[in-house]
Design a protein around this ligand. Structure first.
Ligand code: PLP
Length: 283
């Protein structure tokens, strides 16, 4: 078994990694996490992910046990030790382990864990041709910008979508279409790329940021506002983005076919630009 886990200062094999039953991540979801892609053994947008990790931790008053530089070094060492080339690194920090009380324990040491694994490239290549999605009510809390371990509404939304044969669940909240269970969503209308603005209703995706930058470079106009549900149905193109899946065309929303069931030109262009950027930054 390869060494693929880092836990509280120690690199080890997965079966050697043990966390207390009193860990507040386990009991309360009292922690935050990150997911980072690696290509050819190099971590993509590492600094951006580490900045968001620090913001998420600060958002729940959790002091990280290491500096950003130390965490970056641990990520790279773990990746090297595991021998992973194309995969993902999952990182989470919890407030730590202490007898169960809702309030923060007066003395507690955070639990920090990282795990790497290879990615099934073939699975994602298929999805890049397009998927269908289901809209669901956004029943999450008011701090969706914090990448917290409390993912139950996301888990239930994704399960609802998957159990009905849809790939992703799209959240609808009061201002409109917010994001998806594990991705940011974009529509193209009148040639403009539209996606929800940063704020407490969405997780500010690292891939979303890259998509907006690439669209800008390509001269494609972008607008930050909440698309309405009927706009989603009638859009010229729809796609979503996240770290693991990158950019995925949406070919139908609640059974309404988009762009005659084919990925749109802007989506394809952005997919191509994204691939080039990854190649440049990780080779
Ligand atoms: N929104 C949610 C709710 C997510 O869980 C994710 C990723 O998991 C994203 C958006 C996309 O973020 P990123 O591009 O940083 O992976």
């Amino acid at each position: 078994m390869p060494v693929n886990v880092f836990l509280n200062g120690r690199y080890c094999e997965e079966h050697e990694a043990m966390v207390s039953v009193d860990d507040r991540g386990f009991l309360f979801g009292d922690g935050v996490y990150e997911v980072i892609r690696c290509y050819r053994g190099a971590l993509f947008k590492l600094q951006e992910h580490l900045s968001r990790f620090a913001r998420s931790a600060a958002g729940i008053d959790l002091v990280l046990p290491y500096s950003a530089e130390e965490i970056a070094a641990i990520c790279k060492t773990l990746l090297d030790k595991s021998g992973t080339k194309n995969g993902m690194l999952y990182m989470q920090v919890t407030r730590g382990s202490a007898p169960r009380t809702h309030e923060f324990p007066s003395v507690v040491t955070p639990t920090i864990m990282m795990k790497v694994r290879e990615i099934d490239e073939q699975f994602f290549r298929e999805k890049k041709k397009g998927v269908s999605v289901l809209t669901v009510p956004d029943e999450r809390w008011e701090h969706c910008d914090i990448k917290s371990l409390n993912l139950l509404p996301n888990v239930l939304a994704k399960q609802k979508a998957r159990s009905q044969g849809f790939h992703e669940a799209v959240f609808i909240h009061e201002p409109g279409v917010t994001e998806c269970a594990s991705s940011n969503i974009f529509i193209v209308t009148g040639g403009t790329v539209v996606t929800a603005p940063e704020g407490n209703r969405i997780l500010s995706g690292i891939t979303r940021e890259v998509v907006l930058k690439l669209a800008g470079e390509a001269g494609i106009p972008c607008e930050l506002r909440y698309p309405q549900k009927n706009e989603l149905y009638k859009a010229e193109e729809v796609f979503f983005s996240n770290t693991v899946e990158e950019i995925i065309p949406v070919l139908a929303v609640d059974g309404n076919v988009i762009n005659q069931g084919k990925p749109g030109n802007i989506t394809l262009r952005l997919q191509e630009m994204f691939k080039k950027l990854v190649d440049i930054e990780t080779s």
